[in-house]
Each structure stands twice: as C-alpha cells, then as structure tokens.
Write a protein that binds this ligand. Structure first.
Ligand code: RP5
Length: 168
C-alpha cells in the first residue's frame, strides 16, 4: 500500500459534491490520495495534526476545497512549503466570490494557487497535481498527453454531430 501523495482537505462535508469527479480522476490515474474534512476555524488543531502527519509520511501536494471566507488554503499553506492548490466553492450568498477572493488574494510569501470554481476547479487542481508529478514521471506525462488527444477527439465528434450551416 502506497502513502497518499495528494491530500484533499474540505472545509465541510457540504463541499463533498465538488470533489467527486476529481477523486474519480485520481483513481483513474491510480494516484494514492487522502480526503479529509477539516476546518481552519472550526477544528484548527485537527488541521495542524492532519498537515503534520501528511508531511511526515512524505505527502507532496495539498488541494484545499472550501467556501465562504475560505482561509483553509492559506492556513494550510502557512504550515508547509509544498504546493497548495485551492478550489473555491460556490455558495449562493455571494456566488462564490468570497471564497475566490479569500484564496486568490493571498499576500506575497505564502503562495496559494487558486483554481476556478467548484467541480471544474477541483478537476483542474487534480490535473495540475498530475502535471507536477509528470515532470519526473514519464508514465503520468504519457497518460496526460493521451488525455489531451482524447479531449480534442471528443470536441471533433461533438462538432461532427452538431454542426450547422445555414445559408440564405
Ligand atoms: C466553509 O464554509 C466550508 O468550506 C463550506 O463551503 C462553508 C459552509 O459550511 P457548512 O455550513 O455547509 O458546513 O467552511
């Protein structure tokens, strides 16, 4: 059994739906990961312990998923020099912009790499992690390249099946 190289931390169980396709992608790429629910403000001591344990086991990349005043990623980033990827969750109150700005407006020195909203952002966070691993793992690089070919093929199929030419 391999140790998780990626730790996904969610601020609440209500953020879980955002992560489903992203964790499926990690499984498809056979990447060991851990997913934990832990809040920077509701359970700060647990967050410190989780980060500390992940560091000790040789974990490499954090993905933080949170909504509202989403300081989770910033707090995790303060505890590590490993890459921290942040996914802002949409909440109806402010359309997710509170979380986006909390994550995307980190002052210099403690970087947080902020993705787009919700499930798209979470998938891109996983893809970014895979791209980082691919720098030193040709197998992952090959699979990412194949994924790109498949994505382009899908768009071409959609075009072939749906194109419209209207002339007068
Ligand atoms: C954040 O507050 C969580 O990441 C979640 O997106 C938001 C609301 O949490 P719940 O009230 O749904 O637990 O900490």
């Amino acid at each position: 059994m391999s140790h998780a190289k990626i730790l996904m931390v969610l601020g609440s169980s209500s953020d879980l739906p955002v992560t489903e396709e992203a964790t499926a992608l990690l499984k498809r790429f056979e990447q060991a990961y851990s997913l934990r629910i832990c809040s920077a403000h509701r359970s700060p001591e647990a967050l410190h312990s989780i980060v500390s344990a992940f560091e000790k086991q040789g974990g490499q990349i954090y993905i933080c998923v949170a909504g509202m005043s989403a300081h989770l990623a910033g707090v995790v980033a303060s505890l590590t020099i490993k890459p921290v990827l942040a996914v802002p969750c949409y909440r109806p109150e402010t359309a997710g912009f509170d979380a986006l700005l909390s994550m995307g407006q980190m002052p210099k020195g403690i970087p947080v790499s902020t993705m787009s909203f919700g499930k798209h952002g979470c998938i891109n966070a996983v893809m970014t992690a895979l791209q980082i691993f691919a720098l030193s793992d040709p197998g992952i690089a090959e699979r990412l390249a194949a994924e790109r070919v498949q994505t382009a093929r899908q768009v071409a199929n959609d075009d072939a099946n749906n194109r419209q030419d209207f002339h007068v």
